[in-house]
Design a protein around this ligand. Sequence first.
Ligand SMILES: Cc1cc2nc3c(=O)[nH]c(=O)nc-3n(C[C@H](O)[C@H](O)[C@H](O)COP(=O)(O)O)c2cc1C
Length: 265
Amino acid sequence: MNIVLLYYSGAGNTKYIALNILKRLNERGHHVDISRITNASLEIPNKEIDLFIVGFPVMNMEAPQLVEETIKHLNAKDKAIAYFCTKAVLSSEAIHHLSEISTQRELRTVAKLDLYMPATDALAFIAKKGSKTEKVLKFFHSRNIGKKLNHFIKKAERGKRITISKKWYTYLSFLIPQKSKESINNQFTKYIPDFYVQNESCVQCMLCVHNCPEKNITFEDKIKFGTNCDMCLKCLHHCPTDAIQIGKMTIGKARYNEVKVPIYN
Ligand SMILES: Cc1cc2nc3c(=O)[nH]c(=O)nc-3n(C[C@H](O)[C@H](O)[C@H](O)COP(=O)(O)O)c2cc1C
C-alpha cells in the first residue's frame, strides 16, 4: 500500500510511536511517506495514496489545532484514514472529534488507537528534577504497546469504516459549570505570555527556533517568543541547557527529551 504517515509531536512521545509504526509498516512491505505536521504547508506526495495515518498528542482533551487544520485541508476524498494519539490520562473526544471532521471531508476512518505515555505537561510543571515523581511519570505508559500497534495496523490495512463513539464520561460534561469549563480550556494557554529564555544559560544553538511547529520562536540578537504557541513544550523539553522557562513554574522541574518506553512485539 502507499501510506502517508503524518504526526505532530512536542517532547517526542508521538514521534517515537510514529517511527515505530513506520518500521512495522516497512516490514510489512508498504511504501510510507512520513511527515511532521507544522504550519509550513504540508507536502503530500502526488501519487495514489491508499491510507493516511495521523498521530498527535492529546492536549487539553483535544487534538492540537494544527492537526485539526491539517485534516480540514487534506485533499483526500474517499480515502481511508487511521488515527492514533498519545495521552497521559484522558483523551476525551479527541479522536472522535477528528473522525467527525474526516467524515465531513468524505474520508473513511478505519482504525484508532490511544496510548498512555509519560505526561509531558506534568513533568515540566510539577515534577522536580531528580524526584520520585519524575521517575514515576517517566515510567508510566500503556502495556503491550507492540501488540496494540500490530492490531491497529491490521485494522488500518483492512480499510473497513469504523464508528468511533464518544467516551462515556463526556456525556456527563453538562454537570461541569460553564466557568469551570472555561478555566479548564485556559489552564495552559494562560501561560503562553510567560515563556522566556534565561539569557545567561542560552547558547543560541537555535534548536528551539527550528523545532517550533508554529514558527513562533524567532531570533533577533536574542530568542523571542510570539503568541502563536500550541504549548507542545518541544522547545522547553529539548533545550540543551534548560534555558527555556515558563514563569517560575518550570524552574528546577524535570525535562523530557529521551523516550525510554520499551516496545516489544
Ligand atoms: C499543554 C499540554 C496539555 C496536555 N493535555 C492533556 C490532556 O488533556 N489529556 C491527557 O491525557 N494528556 C495531556 N497531555 C499529555 C500529553 O498528551 C502526553 O504526554 C503526550 O504523550 C505528549 O506527546 P508528545 O511528546 O508527542 O507531545 C498534555 C500535555 C501538554 C504539554
